[in-house]
Design a protein around this ligand. Structure first.
Ligand SMILES: Cc1cc2nc3c(=O)[nH]c(=O)nc-3n(C[C@H](O)[C@H](O)[C@H](O)COP(=O)(O)OP(=O)(O)OC[C@H]3O[C@@H](n4cnc5c(N)ncnc54)[C@H](O)[C@@H]3O)c2cc1C
Ligand code: SF4
Ligand code: SF4
Ligand code: SF4
Length: 376
């Protein structure tokens, strides 16, 4: 593996992190446009002085423990090493390891994004004592389109977090509350970068942090890109396309457009315009489906109204089978050819190629290299 993490790599970061505390996180990650907004730094800070919204901010006195940089998935992490540790080998399949794949539509659920797999899986796991809580993205109390990290511990709370919000939700930040409440069996829902953050906590643990052992399974949602809240929601949706944010019922990305639904009205915003306000830290991202998760779920590859679900290991496959037996879903077989899973492979390859080209440009402009999971 040409991108494995060496002891020297870790020592270099350790020295920086201990010497400079939060300033090291700023200089190595945030100011270098590498932050993916996962929220992990907020969760691991023992002094509770980091708050992540779109980006991390220091909100109190830092005591230079260095945990934030050491546990950030974008300081050092080899996705290849993590994949081998999880699955024994690196999958040749561009969508990652798959033990079972199926399209599902949840029965009796409303307000979900596609087929409602994520919401249904969390409710089932909670009801059956598999988890005692879940780390998800909820909506800000005053603005349902402003995502926030959320710990949910009841089926009712899970139901309120369904649907997609297309800007940063630092989901992992909610791990802090879960630890404070003594929860020990959590599911984590997140974008592929947030699942990388989970594996960073697992593979490079700091004893005091004590978060990784509480995570029982992970669900990654597919992701081509994320967008800044100000750029997408305030700038494009509200200012340019004249849709008042509080009136929006649903948003979706289909083909070459961002779709905004208000009642029966549908506004189309070209995806190319949204890409102008893409999050900087997304430009180095190579993972479309979440290769390091137990489950991956997205709309691509499935018929309208269904979630395409990939169970990546036996544990996930069994849980999926149990949910199907419990009659939670209407199911369809996922087609391989276009517009089936082949579209996912095309999007995966495109994402990887774009990230590699962007990284080469960074090297040419003498900008620092991103974390060590990118081969080019
Ligand atoms: C930024 C973003 C980009 C995406 N891009 C694609 C794509 O290109 N192709 C594709 O097929 N699918 C994409 N998805 C995933 C898709 O929108 C659905 O989440 C997925 O199909 C699961 O649908 P569901 O009905 O099972 O989810 P639901 O049951 O409705 O549950 C949705 C879950 O998503 C979580 N969530 C919502 N917003 C966020 C957020 N901003 N950050 C982290 N978690 C969040 C919630 O916690 C909830 O648990 C994207 C999602 C996001 C957030
Ligand atoms: S105290 Fe918090 S902000 Fe300061 S180095 Fe430690 S984790 Fe980072
Ligand atoms: S990538 Fe995650 S851990 Fe790293 S600085 Fe950003 S929010 Fe914090
Ligand atoms: S593109 Fe990558 S870095 Fe950006 S939100 Fe999606 S998974 Fe995270």
């Amino acid at each position: 593996m040409n991108n494995s993490i060496t002891k020297e790599d870790i020592l270099q970061y350790k020295w920086l992190a201990r010497e400079n505390g939060y300033k090291a996180l700023e200089h190595e990650i945030i100011f270098k446009d590498l932050c993916c907004g996962c929220g992990s730094c907020e969760a691991v800070c023992p002094d509770g002085v980091i708050k992540v919204n779109e980006y991390p901010e220091l909100v109190g006195k830092c005591t230079d423990c260095g945990y934030c940089l050491m546990q950030c998935p974008r300081s050092y992490l080899s996705r290849d090493e993590a994949e081998v540790k999880l699955f024994g080998e690196i999958a040749e399949e561009p969508l990652g390891h798959i033990v079972k794949k199926i399209g599902v539509k949840a029965k009796r659920l409303q307000g979900v994004q596609d087929g409602g797999f994520v919401t249904a899986a969390l409710k089932y796991a909670l009801k059956n004592g598999i988890i005692d809580g879940a780390i998800v993205s909820g909506a800000d109390g005053k603005n349902k389109w402003l995502p926030v990290a959320k710990l949910v511990t009841s089926e009712r709370e899970i139901g309120k977090t369904s649907g997609t919000r297309y800007s940063n939700s630092p989901n992992l930040a909610a791990l802090k509350e879960a630890k404070e409440k003594g929860l020990k069996n959590l599911a984590v829902v997140g974008l592929p970068c947030q699942i990388e953050a989970v594996r960073k906590l697992e593979n490079y643990p700091i004893e005091d942090v004590d978060l990784a052992g509480r995570i029982k399974f992970t669900i990654s949602i597919f992701c081509s890109s994320n967008f800044t809240y100000d750029g997408l929601m305030e700038g494009l949706v509200q200012k340019k396309y004249k849709v008042k944010i509080p009136t929006i019922d649903k948003m979706d990305i289909k083909g070459k457009n961002v779709l905004v639904f208000v009642g029966k009205k549908r506004v189309e915003i070209p995806l190319a315009e949204a890409y102008e306000v893409k999050r900087e830290g997304c430009k180095v991202c190579t993972d479309f489906t979440g290769r390091l998760a137990d489950f991956a779920a997205g709309s691509v590859g499935s018929p309208d109204g269904y979630t395409a679900v990939l169970a990546r290991n036996k544990k996930a496959s069994k849980l999926l089978g149990d949910m199907i037996k419990a009659d939670l879903f209407t199911t369809v077989e996922l087609k391989e050819e276009k517009p089936g899973l082949e579209i996912g492979r095309i999007l995966q390859n495109r994402k990887e190629k774009n990230a590699i080209n962007y990284t080469k440009k960074r090297v040419k402009n003498e900008l620092p290299l991103p974390f060590k999971s990118l081969k080019f």
